[in-house]
Write a protein that binds this ligand. Sequence first.
Ligand SMILES: [Zn+2]
Length: 294
Amino acid sequence: MLRLLSFIVLALATLGAHASDVRLAVIKTATLKVTENKLFVGGDASRELRNNFSAFLIRHGDTLMLSDTGLGSHVKEQYDQDMRWWQRPFFRYDEPVVPAQAQLAAAGVGPVTQSALSHAHWDHASGLDDFPGAQVWLPKEEMPMVEDARHGKRGAGSAWPSQVASPAIDWHLLAFDHPAYEGFEASHDQFGDGSVVFVPMFGHTPGSTGLFLTLGSGRRIFLVGDVVWSSGALKDGAPKIWAARQLVDHDADQTAEAIRKIRAVQARLPELLVVPAHDSVSQDALGYFPNWVR
Ligand SMILES: [Zn+2]
């Protein structure tokens, strides 16, 4: 009897980790046609891919939280102001842009009260000003990039003044104050129930973060930002091509270490879906907003 009781208690506790209504919707705001060899070393020059610019909407009970914002309503003005001319051939997007805010408004979904960024690059932070009043969570390691932007630094490997300089942004420091998690040395459990857990994946930028989601069904998803640009690159651990590493990876060794950790957790948990921020293959499999993954 006691055994049965302790089993039930344990089962309930395990269930509690994902008992609340936790869902994910991938909001595709824009795309860019590229060939695979532009994304990673060893990529196929004849294989055309679509890069996504996505925001990831997490519904946790009554709270709506974005991980990355995709391209926002003012991306054209931001790009004209802050993308350096010589970087423009490498960093582009195809029209049309359908910002996350417009898609949410059309579906009557809102308000978004929290945003977290995998990192502060332009194609992830562009929609921040579409969600005034939302808390914006970023690790302290990423904040110097924001400060640099406030002092006028701009370009593909920086944050952009047009996106982050507004004094109206309600910044919150995301501290990795929880224990090691799935092979990463620390973590931050955003809602305290194990459903939304951030891990440090520094390298692509000084404060790049990954996000483990455990949805209401128990399904697990790992959002890895721009540590890699495609799930194809993860298969053999291939780094981004040389030019891209020079332009956008802050620390190549740290980025390689982050890729190694992602591959290790993927090998250990084959049911875990790893989703790079720009990867259309894994995102097509999840479907797009207004579809919810539960
Ligand atoms: Zn990106």
